[in-house]
Write a protein that binds this ligand. Structure first.
Ligand code: PBG
Length: 324
């Protein structure tokens, strides 16, 4: 007898029947950029169609996400005023808190709202925390600010705070502050394994980052794999509700091991540079855009992501829903 694996590949119906990895709209999370004082939606350099939104225009993006079957959005804000300590981040009437409040009032519980919990958009030096005298990012004084920011965002109505700063102890610290202030139902989506990556550049245009230098003093070194598991275990022990691996496509191995050990849902962020690579190749006519996107997102799912944060979320969700 000859073993013939091709039998299970012979028709679309049979291939569908035996497929075991599925993308669904509900697993996709849509990032959204909202810029303070902006008059009209504005394209972002290197982000191929992703816009900076006004405080009103982003509400339509929420409606589109809901209509497509997406269940969550990740909100990033671009403030007009930046300073050394990122003080607009903790302002209860600052752009991010305001946007969360508006989003909640507009969409109710139909979307899970994740608010970015980090200082990089708010500091005039562009780092994810405040600086010590020697210019390094000061871990523990940054935690204090994250705590204040978390309280403002929780009060504004965020379901989850996206702890993306890679400070040690941030999940436990923020969890403690939230609980002490009565926000026991506000969750933490921890960017547990976040690498210092060359794939974040378009995002930095999106938030008009002021960063000089890099984040290698706090984000992970991509030459060390095992450390991600330590970060993951710490975040889960500190109370993370969801853990995240970022970037996604260049880190499928990390994602796979994270999904094997995690007792909480695992998310993966297909970041701006990964998005731009495919968009640029498609624009140059060297890739079939839709096929490449589906293949990559399915690979992220196959590697173990329960949730995929991607700039294609609403578009792909719509196509999945319509069976395109
Ligand atoms: C920083 C942050 C970054 C991204 C999300 N949050 C950039 C960075 O760490 O420099 C990147 C996301 C993307 O590239 O799509 N808080």
């Amino acid at each position: 007898m000859k073993i013939r694996p091709r039998r299970l590949r012979s028709t679309q119906a049979i291939r569908d029947l035996v497929s075991d990895v599925h993308l669904s709209p509900s697993a996709l999370m849509q990032p959204i950029f909202i810029k303070e004082g902006l008059a009209a939606p504005t394209p972002i350099d290197g982000m191929y169609g992703v816009m900076q939104h006004t405080e009103d225009s982003f509400l339509e993006i929420l409606d589109e996400a809901v209509a497509a079957g997406v269940k969550s959005v990740m909100l990033f804000a671009v403030p007009t005023r930046r300073d050394a300590s990122g003080s607009e981040a903790t302002n209860p009437d600052g752009i991010l808190s305001r946007s969360v409040r508006k989003a909640r009032a507009h969409i109710g519980d139909r979307l899970a709202l994740v608010a970015d919990l980090c200082l990089d958009e708010f500091t005039d030096h562009g780092h994810c925390g405040v600086l010590a005298l020697d210019g390094s990012v000061d871990n523990d004084s940054t935690l204090e600010i994250y705590g204040e920011m978390a309280t403002a965002l929780a009060k504004a109505g965020a379901d989850f705070l996206g702890a993306s700063g890679m400070m040690d102890g941030q999940v436990g610290f923020v969890r403690g502050v939230l609980d002490d202030n009565g926000f026991t139902n506000t969750g933490i989506l921890a960017y547990s394994a976040k690498f210092a990556s060359g794939f974040y550049n378009p995002f930095r245009n999106a938030v008009e980052s002021q960063l000089q230098g890099d984040r290698r003093g706090y984000q992970q070194d991509y030459r060390r794999a095992g450390e991600s598991l330590l970060e993951l275990e710490l975040d889960i022990a500190e109370g993370a509700d969801i853990v995240m691996v970022k970037p996604a496509l260049a880190y499928l191995d990390i994602l796979k091991s994270a999904s094997e050990i995690s007792s909480v849902p695992v998310a993966a962020y297909v970041v701006s540079g990964e998005y731009a690579m495919i968009e640029a190749a498609a624009a140059a006519g060297v890739l079939n855009r839709h096929a490449a996107i589906l293949e990559c997102l399915t690979a992220v799912r196959r590697a173990g992501a329960n949730i995929i944060c991607t700039y294609w979320a609403t578009e792909i969700a719509r196509k999945l829903k319509e069976n395109l």
